[in-house]
Design a protein around this ligand. Sequence first.
Ligand SMILES: CC(C)(COP(=O)(O)OP(=O)(O)OC[C@H]1O[C@@H](n2cnc3c(N)ncnc32)[C@H](O)[C@@H]1OP(=O)(O)O)[C@@H](O)C(=O)NCCC(=O)NCCS
Length: 296
Amino acid sequence: MRLAFGTFLGLPDPLKFMGDADYVRTRWLADPSAAFGAEMAGELVGTNFATRWGSVGFFGPLTIHPNLWDRGIAQQLLVPTMELFDAWGIRHAGLFTFASSTKHVRLYQKFGFWPRFLTSLMDLPVGAEPASAFIQFTRFSELSAGEKQISLQACRELTNSIYEGLDVEREIRAVDDQQLGDTVLTWDGATLAGFAVCHVGAGTEAGSEKCYTKFGAVRSGPAAAQEFRSLLDVCRQFALSCEAKTLAAGVNLARLDAYREMLQAGFRTTTQGVAMQRNADPGYNRPDVFLLDDWR
Ligand SMILES: CC(C)(COP(=O)(O)OP(=O)(O)OC[C@H]1O[C@@H](n2cnc3c(N)ncnc32)[C@H](O)[C@@H]1OP(=O)(O)O)[C@@H](O)C(=O)NCCC(=O)NCCS
């Protein structure tokens, strides 16, 4: 995976791509049945990882050994990936890719994915912001088994209100089981107002000195913008408590108000790519949705 991306991006040492952040091990452990390998003469020459968030599915990282590019291997790997989406009953499918690469866009178009909005991968230096009032939040890892069940149900109910069937239990459980970071939950009385699944440090999708909010969302409605601001702040507080120097998160620019809130909070775009969505279905990439994710 590192060799393929590092080569594509022209890094002097391709194997240093993404430093000590890790996507392969964590996604493999989260769901080995959703990992695909391409073999040639007994050697692994490519891999792809599918993710199921209830009715939503995305895939990546998809990588082929650079010596074997343009021989149709990625296309072969995508066939079982699409079959798995069908078996899962995925309604909204997508991926994140390089907006400037005609190769990537053409490859995925063959499978019915169309380029839609830019997706910004953003960073916030956590020490630079003045300390705001502390916002109460719960850490999923500190809950009892029973409370975890109740919280998972509340998270499911919240995401379902944004997009029918959207459910990120897999991410919450992966972070908890593999100790990749934590899921922080914010409350409006007894009602879940928002939550964010955060990876922290080396060996996770964040990497050293970073906290990466892989998924975060607040309940839709008139208070959504305010709740989103609070959630961003809670993520920052959590990152600080983990001694991370940077908070990373991504947003699809179809969620324009969420993007604006992130800019307002001090986030800056480090990389931008494009979300490609099957049949150009908007899914939850709508202006009224305050949600963090980037399918990277
Ligand atoms: C992107 C990647 C997975 C593609 O794998 P691959 O095995 O080379 O892809 P395939 O050969 O199956 O398909 C590539 C298609 O793009 C076409 N293509 C190649 N260069 C192209 C270009 N500059 N413009 C348009 N199409 C191009 C190929 O001709 C082929 O289409 P065809 O079969 O109709 O001829 C591989 O290059 C890789 O690992 N890249 C680095 C990591 C990466 O970017 N991963 C994907 C992140 S979303």
